[in-house]
Design a protein around this ligand. Structure first.
Ligand code: CA
Length: 658
């Protein structure tokens, strides 16, 4: 029965989707009238309910009229400011449950009704002057990922509005030891972009019981185009969450930090509790042959980006956030569920707003999506989506081991050729790499044999070792190298992160690693309490040396263009990996840098073993930027060298002076 319905629906959609009306025009308010517009090609009737407030069930019901473009419209005279609406559709003899429309821009508590507001009232002071911080060179990017609660809930954060958007508007905050915290900490660390775990309205936290302080990552979208109420100081006021989200973005922009949203269009919290499922049943989701919902997300459903209006919805939604909230980038959760054409169209739509807006995502799915694999935005097809990036599990697994086992990685003493080769691949930015050995350096070969390049350009390769998923770095090293002492584990931590930051790819850090955070061995902390998820600000004093190291390594990256050449062509010209017999030792050399860098060449030596490794280096006068688990962008020392000893589990970075 259901199968038959799906076939009928598919036939309908083929002929129906030629309109260009915007989905985001669902509710247009003015003082004298409000117009409504909802898309459905399958409804036999549609109506909008207007409520005086967000509690009463009494509603004025307005019948919508269908246009030839399958948009149903009505205009209501009078000033509806402060009222609420839901939409219902009638088909197959049944009225759907009331739902906010799919493009609600303001909602009641828990997002069950859309709110009719004057969006101009939700604008913080000075918003018209808000600007994206300058980003002259995309290779400058260092992304820092965090969750609003992780970053601020600790007693020692020194932040007043803990767990709220407003937490990231507070300036001059300090830890209990008087060290910088919050926004000032991010500036001190030197990152350029803050990636915030889902901040759109999600369903797993009851916004009416916030005092219970429950925690969730938020990968369960309800209203895609509204900020989450739990992060506002008053989720009952539809304006509050919008204004406060904008205040946060404005403050970060003032601090020179760009803001990346984590977007989750690949599935919804559930189907029938969500506008996409209620208003136009079946259309926005992929279905199995038996009519059940396909589940590539592992969360019970997967959306169908290839459907014309789902694609249009995603494009309009990101553009809305970029225009209305001045968002500077989008990280697509389970991007591999979306089709490549949608990702390309998203890229091109954002380019029209500002080409410096970032687009990247997870080039994989949780389970097998119900769509032809070769059309999906999977990691291995990244080169077919110019200027869309993908997370590199290659460099991650090479450095610290795969999340599917507890083995060590290169940085924690694995000592195998495969990890070494995968790490070299990641250092070169995931591109198809060919040796450019010339006759004078004839023994140079590239030890990259087992992975096919998937990034067209190195910045499409998101270099990282940890993010909110899986173990944080300290815990990962703990489970795979538990017998080592803490000083050794700290060396492994630094070595792994050094490789990330020396990679030609785009650098990405999980917030709190610089403060040696632990999640006490919980590798999936999506709903763990704050006690597991918080960043321990007291560690900034306790592990001050680790924080300083991170800061300096970031500085070294930012001061040396040779470490982020920015194009595949330049990487092929300048990067080489002279062979070594030791699977735990990598020589990564960036040469002939005249006119590119203030160093003639850069040499990054990575030793992932417990032994000191002595290696020759081309004779020259070098500044030592990092050595024996210490780093200084201005240089630890300056000396003529022709060989150097690289200490156990550490990186040595040399800049050859002109
Ligand atoms: Ca919510």
């Amino acid at each position: 029965m259901r199968n038959t319905l799906f076939i009928m629906l598919s036939a309908l959609f083929v002929v129906s989707c030629t309109n260009k009306t915007r989905l985001e025009d669902e509710c247009r308010y003015s003082k004298s009238q409000t117009s409504f517009c909802f898309w459905s090609p399958v409804a036999e009737q549609m109506l909008v309910n207007i409520y005086a407030d967000d509690e009463t069930d009494e509603a004025e019901q307005i019948t919508l009229k269908k246009g030839s473009d399958n948009f149903w419209r009505a205009t209501v005279r009078g000033n509806l400011d402060g009222k609420y609406y839901t939409v219902q559709s009638f088909q197959n003899g049944t009225w759907s449950e009331p739902a906010p429309g799919i493009f609600a821009k303001a909602v009641s508590v828990n997002g069950q009704r859309a709110a009719i507001i004057d969006l101009k009232k939700a604008v913080p002071e000075g918003w018209d002057k808000d600007q994206r911080p300058a980003m002259p060179d995309p290779t400058d990017i260092v992304v820092y990922e965090t969750h609003l609660r992780d970053f601020t809930m600790s007693e020692n954060s020194g932040i007043q509005n803990k767990g709220k958007f407003l937490a990231l508007t507070e300036q001059g905050t300090t830890t209990s030891d008087g060290l910088k915290s919050g926004i000032d900490h991010l500036k001190e660390l030197g990152i350029t972009h803050l990636q915030i775990l889902p901040m759109f309205d999600y369903g797993s936290i009851d916004e009416t019981t916030l005092s219970k302080n429950r925690y969730n990552w938020g990968y369960d979208p309800v209203n895609y185009n509204v900020p989450e109420g739990g992060y506002s100081t008053n989720p009952y006021d539809p304006i509050c969450r919008i204004r406060e989200a904008k205040q946060m973005i404005q403050s970060l922009h003032k601090a020179g930090i760009r803001v990346i949203m984590d977007v989750v269009y690949n599935h919804t919290y559930n189907v029938m509790g969500c506008s996409l499922g209620r208003v136009v049943p079946l259309y926005f989701y992929r279905l199995n042959d038996d009519g059940t919902y396909a589940n590539g997300s592992g969360c019970g459903n997967e959306t169908a980006s290839e459907q014309e209006m789902m694609r249009q919805y995603m494009i309009e939604s990101v553009c809305y956030w970029a225009r209305e909230y001045h968002i500077d980038g989008f990280r697509f959760d389970l991007m591999g569920i979306h089709d490549m054409e949608t990702m390309r169209q998203i890229r091109s739509a954002l380019d029209k707003i500002d080409p410096t807006i970032l687009v990247y995502g997870e080039g994989w799915a949780a389970m097998t999506p119900k769509y032809p694999y070769e059309e999906l935005a999977m990691k291995q097809f990244t080169y077919k989506m110019p200027r869309v990036g993908a997370f590199s599990d290659d460099i991650r697994n090479a450095l610290i081991g795969s999340p599917f086992d507890h083995e060590r990685g290169f940085a924690s003493g694995k000592n195998d050729q495969q990890s070494k080769e995968a790490l070299c691949f990641g250092l070169a930015g995931g591109i198809d790499y060919q040796s450019v050995a010339d006759s004078e350096t004839s023994n140079i070969q590239v030890p990259i044999s087992n992975i096919q390049g998937w990034a067209g350009e190195p910045l499409q390769h998101v270099s990282y070792i940890t993010c909110h998923d899986n173990y944080c770095l300290r815990d990962r090293i703990e489970v795979s190298a538990k017998d080592e002492d803490e000083p050794t584990k700290l060396r492994m931590n630094k070595l792994a992160q050094t490789a990330v930051l020396m990679s030609q790819g785009m650098a990405f850090l999980y917030g709190g690693e610089e403060l040696f955070r632990t999640k006490l061995g919980i590798d999936n902390s999506f709903e763990s309490p704050d006690s597991i998820n918080i960043i321990p600000w007291e560690n900034k004093q306790k592990y001050a040396e680790l924080f300083e190291y991170y800061k300096e390594i970031i500085k070294i990256r930012r001061e040396h263009k040779g470490l982020r050449l920015g194009s595949a062509e330049l990487v092929r010209q300048h990067v080489e990996f002279p062979p070594t017999d030791n699977p735990s030792f990598i020589i990564y050399r960036i040469k002939d840098l005249e006119g590119i860098d203030n160093a003639k060449s850069l040499i990054v030596l990575l030793n992932g073993s417990a032994e000191t490794v002595e290696t020759p280096v081309p004779k020259g006068d070098y500044t030592v930027l990092a050595h024996n688990a210490e780093a200084q962008a201005i240089g630890l020392s300056k000396l003529p060298l022709d060989k150097i000893s690289v200490a156990p589990y550490s990186a040595t970075i040399l800049a050859e002076n002109e």
